[in-house]
Structure formats: structure tokens, C-alpha cells
Ligand binder design. Sequence first.
Ligand SMILES: Nc1ncnc2c1ncn2[C@@H]1O[C@H](COP(=O)(O)OP(=O)(O)O)[C@@H](O)[C@H]1O
Ligand SMILES: [Mg+2]
Length: 224
Amino acid sequence: MNKKYIIEASSIYKEYIDGDAVKVVLNNIDYSQHYGSTCAIIGPSGSGKTTLLHALAGLDTISSGTTLLCGHDLKKIRQQQLSQLHNKKIGFVYQKSHLLPDFNVLENIAMPLLIGGMKSKLAQKQAMQVLTEIKLEQYAYYYPHQLSGGTQQKAAIARASVHKPDIIFADEPTGNLDSVSKELVLNCLFDLNKHNSVALCIVTHDQKVAARADEIVDMSKINS
Ligand SMILES: Nc1ncnc2c1ncn2[C@@H]1O[C@H](COP(=O)(O)OP(=O)(O)O)[C@@H](O)[C@H]1O
Ligand SMILES: [Mg+2]
């Protein structure tokens, strides 16, 4: 294991069997990313971006190849250890915020800490700190449906970062937003990288997002 890499993946291969047909979705991909760095995964729709992100994050299995995430071999790790790794060191942001509608913003953000076993009062305090850092504290007691799409996405980023992860995986995080909200959400993500050294692995269609990353991985070049 090379400590400077948060992700070290080699020859990632994934296929789906559909009747007699074999569909190769990831074709022997090598991917590595340094701690504290940002990488954008780009490529046309259907080129395997989400599948790669899920493989790197340990959300999905691969047919063959090796992935080390925070030094853990995802093939060998036990389910319970993987859940712990996700809960302690990894954050996820999707195209939709997936905030829980029956909980307010503060409760949504505190949720990963509660799941990780933290006492409620401390979890709420830590959640409020993160909300304040991203200037969302005035929305702490709002419910998700009362927020704009951009603010919901910022709350989702707060939830993904409340446990101070080493890396955030984001799949088209600005895909549903207008250009002003897009910029705010992007700033929020990249500020986490700048100020807290959180690594970012972002799937995007958006050239503006890709341009801000340290590295760009283009699926149309590496996945053929
Ligand atoms: N569960 C599945 N079964 C069969 N094919 C799948 C499955 N999931 C994804 N695919 C196929 O894998 C390819 C890549 O999908 P995806 O990773 O979602 O691409 P992208 O995120 O770049 O749009 C697509 O052709 C998709 O149809
Ligand atoms: Mg996708």
C-alpha cells in the first residue's frame, strides 16, 4: 500500500451478463488519487462513470481487479468494516440531495454521526458547526422541502462532510442546478478541499467542474 494514495485501483473490470450477452462496463481501468487531491471523472452518458465511482467507493463489487481505498483492499474487507469505513472516512453526494423529508436540516446533518454512535447533543453541536462553516446556519430548523435546490445540495454536502471524511465521492452534484446555485455548490465542495484537505472524486458532465479539479479522468479515453 502506498500511503500517499487515498485510492489505488488497478485493472478494474466489470461486466454484466444479460442472457447470452456480456456487457463490459469497466475495461481494465487503472485509477489512483492522492490524499487531499481533486479528480473529475468525465465522459458521455453510459460510459461507466457512475459504475467506476461506485467501484472506487466500495458501493458496488467488480468482476476483477484490485481497489485500495484508504489503504483497505475492497475485495478483502468485511461488510462491517466497509460500513465503518464509509461512516468514518467517506462522504457521498449525489445529483439529488436525498435529505430525509421528515427531519430538519440539522437533524439530517447530524444523522451520520448518530449512526456512528455519537451522543445526540454532541452530534447536533458538530452538525451546527458545519452548517455555520458553510453559512447555512439560518436554515438549521427548516425542512428540506422549504429549501431551494442549491441549498438542499449544500445541506447534502454538509451531511457528507460532518464526520470530517478523508474523501467525498460526488456523482453529478450540480446536475440539477441553475448556474448560480451550481457555482455556490461547487465553491462549497472545493472549499472543503482547500480548507480541510478533503479529497474529492467528482463525476461530472460539466466542463466548469472538471476545470477546477487537479486531475481529469476521461472515460472515453481510458475505458475502451
Ligand atoms: N445493473 C446493471 N445491469 C446491466 N447494465 C448496467 C447496470 N448498471 C449499469 N449498466 C450499464 O452500464 C453502462 C454504464 O452505466 P453508468 O455507469 O451508469 O454510466 P454513466 O454514469 O457514465 O452514465 C450503461 O450502459 C448502463 O446501461
Ligand atoms: Mg451516471
